[in-house]
Write a new protein. Structure first.
Length: 155
């Protein structure tokens, strides 16, 4: 399986993904090679999946779900996208070898979940299963991909 058909290369200083009024912008001061992959209604149609994957070569992959209020469902979508990207092949892999490039999940939503214990429980399970950070922020956001990939991220 390949994601090449839904992949867009960008060296813009601001790499933006948006859907239904939700926006995430990744700052690219060095104008490095970023790949945006449209997952939901791109690579995948009619299945559970997050909206986008944003990849920076030799750095990592951030799975982005642009969501309204159902953040628990968003966690499931991010998990499905991680599994898809593992099968899909990343442009960061050497031919015939699995990549050690890290993943992270980023949910941009309209409801801030800090006091939501159901999200916190799902977040804890996600971290244990994937050994990767999962962040949830409300409103629009600008991020450095490297910071999102860290557990103390995303900003």
């Amino acid at each position: 399986m390949t994601c090449a058909e839904s992949r867009e290369l960008s060296t813009d200083s601001r790499v933006k993904v948006e859907e239904n009024g939700r926006v995430a912008v990744f700052i690219n001061e060095d104008r490095a090679r970023f790949h945006k992959v449209k997952l939901d209604d791109g690579v995948v149609k009619g299945e559970l999946c997050a909206d986008f994957a944003v990849l920076r070569e030799s750095v990592g992959v951030v799975i982005v779900e642009l969501k309204g209020t159902d953040i628990e469902h968003a966690v499931d979508q991010v998990e499905a996208a991680i599994e898809l990207m593992k099968k899909c092949g990343r442009p960061l892999e050497k031919k015939g070898r699995a990549s050690a490039i890290p993943f992270a999940g980023l949910i941009v939503c309209s409801r801030y979940p800090k006091s939501d214990t159901s999200f916190q429980k799902k977040q804890k399970k996600f971290v244990a299963k994937h050994k990767a950070p999962l962040h949830c922020v409300s409103g629009r956001g600008e991020f450095k991909l490297e910071k999102v990939l860290r557990f103390d991220g995303p900003r």
